[in-house]
Design a protein around this ligand. Structure first.
Ligand code: FAD
Length: 562
């Protein structure tokens, strides 16, 4: 599509492609997956072998001129150094949107009602403070930027914003500052990307244990600001549990939350910052729980005869003495998708062989209902062995079987590649996206049924053959997260309107079935209309009051959450 993102002139900071997920030169391929094309043809009536759907080149994007006074620009340059203040088109475009499907459709079509006017890269907390102070004094808007990976519309400037909009990229604050080895606490700068952070921690023998699927392109500050959750949350907790201390720059002052194991100091200010999506100030540093690198780490594959059996097994594991790091089970649709995306030589192909399927059929399994599960274990060798055997017993009590290490290793290797598939589908004129929620165990199965039925009604409404599939991940004492992926072939002239119908139907079904608007993708602009349903109108009013009180001039990322 032209216009490499590398042309942004901030060499120390890595950015994703302006038009899609991840880095230039890496993409999803179908030609090494023999069953993929036929599967997609069957489920959404899309021929993936046809030539791509044209998108605009970078040069064709209608990028508005930056609106910024010479005085503001001059003060930013003298504060940060000329080379860390950018007004070039590529820098501004890369900082306009996150990576939701809506964002990708808009950027590819050149829908750019408001683009940040300036992008700045402070080097440290003092510079963040200086920039915040001068921008608030100049009545500008500040949008903190981490990796730009959010999928809730958390970054886009309000379309009608008339003030100067500055994207404050945290990418130069990328160091693990200190590890308190006694307490298992690490002080880390908020702009660090996942891999760079883990590399620094691992070098000292520690890990934070937070691995969202977007790990490679998201930052610690972004995780905190969106209440993120990683795939090993069953052991390490969500970012809300991992985060103990915080430093947040506000105009003329800083909020400093000390890293305490627990406290009874009134309503939690730490929790107010968590999920604040840049509306309460700029998070510059986070103190997090860290753990010694585990002696052993293992992900095993399992199969269940049905979705109900898989769900019941995950519930039984969550209330047992077993404490795996990952509990995940796919419904039959997602299992079929996994089988269709396997390579000829993959671990899954060798383990889930035709022979095994024939055996399961003889045992009375309906092969169209089979559900694939991954369960992870971490810790000392004895601990892992004990967990495995406890889980094995539970799996077998629910009619499941152990597949072993092959599929688990494949899952582990491939987990960060899957995000590239959305661009592949968009290139071919199809939308593929996700919506996720959490609900109590007692409501999960009903919620699942309602969501699937609502999605199919929405597909009928827009007249397409659509696909929806789901997995359970992130188990808790009282419930779990259900993560839905949906896809359909778009009408290029109605892409966003069609997406709205399907996405809204799914979100509405979450709320009506006792789930939350999102378990770990935050509110942003995408989910804001369900805020009062989720929290009650009085709860939403309280949250609006918090933002108004902290930022009466609406300088910090206005229009998000409330
Ligand atoms: P950005 O997208 O840059 O920003 C997100 C919000 O946080 C914005 O409102 C921004 O203003 C604010 N913000 C960022 N940094 C700061 C700061 N220092 N101070 C104040 N505010 C700040 N999420 C998960 O939790 N788990 C997953 O498994 C997961 N998988 C994903 C897979 C894909 C393919 C994609 C596209 C997204 C996925 N996400 C996932 C969503 C996304 O990665 C998270 O929301 C992530 O936490 C965003 O971090 P970021 O650094 O990219 O933040």
């Amino acid at each position: 599509p032209g216009g490499s993102t590398d042309s942004t002139v901030e060499p120390q900071v890595k950015h994703m492609k302006w038009w899609g997920w991840g880095v230039e030169g890496v993409s999803f391929r179908h030609d090494d997956k023999p069953k993929f094309a036929a599967f997609v043809q069957k489920v959404i009536d899309l021929d993936v072998t046809t030539p791509g759907n044209p998108m605009l080149t970078f040069e064709e994007l209608p990028i508005p001129e930056p609106k910024v006074g010479d005085d503001v620009l001059a003060r930013l340059r003298s504060t940060l150094g000329e080379q860390h203040v950018h007004t070039d088109p590529m820098s501004r475009i890369v900082h306009t949107y996150g990576k939701s499907l809506r964002d990708l459709v808009k950027i590819r079509a050149g829908i750019l009602p408001r683009v940040p006017d300036v992008v700045v890269y402070p080097a440290d907390e003092d510079q963040v403070q200086a920039v915040v102070d001068l921008l608030v004094e100049s009545d500008a808007v500040i949008i903190p930027f981490g990796g730009g990976s959010n999928i809730a519309g958390s970054l886009e400037p309000p379309p009608a914003e008339t003030r100067t909009v500055v994207s404050l990229d945290m990418g130069r604050l990328d160091r693990v500052v200190d590890v308190d080895e006694d307490s298992g606490l690490a002080r880390i700068q908020a702009g660090v990307l996942g891999p760079d952070m883990e590399k620094q921690l691992n070098a000292r023998g520690w890990t934070m244990g937070h691995f969202p699927d977007s790990f490679t392109h998201s930052t610690l500050g972004g995780w905190v600001a969106t209440r993120s959750s990683g795939m090993q949350s069953d052991k390490y907790g969500d970012i809300a549990d991992i985060t103990r201390g915080l430093r947040v720059v506000q105009p003329g002052k800083k909020i400093v939350i000390r890293p305490l194991p627990s406290t009874s100091t009134g309503p939690s200010v730490r929790e107010m910052i968590l999920g604040s999506e840049g509306r309460l100030g700029v998070i510059t540093e986070v103190t997090v729980n860290v753990h010694r690198l585990p002696e052993e780490r293992l992900v095993l594959g399992y199969l269940f005869p049905s979705w109900s059996a898989g769900l019941a097994a995950m519930h039984a594991i969550s209330v047992s003495d077993a404490s795996p790091s990952i509990t995940r089970v796919s419904d039959a649709g997602e299992t079929a998708f996994s089988f269709a995306t396997r390579k000829k030589s993959s671990g899954l192909s060798s383990v889930v062989s035709n022979g095994l399927m024939a055996v399961l059929k003889r045992r009375g399994w309906d092969l169209d209902q089979v559900c694939l599960s991954f369960i992870g274990y971490e810790g000392g060798k004895d601990h892992v062995a004990r967990q495995r055997s406890m889980v094995k017993k539970i799996v077998s009590e629910h009619g499941g079987i152990v597949l072993g290490k092959g599929p688990g290793e494949l899952y582990d290797q491939k987990k960060f590649d899957t995000p590239y598939i959305r661009d592949f589908l968009l290139d071919r004129g199809a939308a593929g996206d996700v919506s996720e929620t959490a609900a109590p165990w007692s409501k999960l199965k009903g919620l699942y049924d309602n969501v699937v039925a609502s999605a199919h009604r929405a597909f009928d409404q827009i007249g397409v053959k659509g696909w929806i599939m789901c997995h359970l991940s992130h188990s808790y004492h009282s419930g779990a997260c259900l993560y839905f992926t949906f896809a359909f072939k778009q009408d290029p002239h109605e892409a966003i309107a069609q997406y709205d119908v399907v996405k809204s139907a799914i979100q509405q079904a979450f709320i009506e079935s006792g789930g939350t608007l999102s378990h770990h993708h935050a509110v942003g602009t995408e989910h804001a209309r369900w805020l009062a349903d989720d929290l009650s109108p009085a709860g939403a009013e309280l949250m609006g009051g918090l933002f108004d009180a902290a930022d009466p001039g609406h300088h910090f990322n206005p229009g998000k959450i409330t």
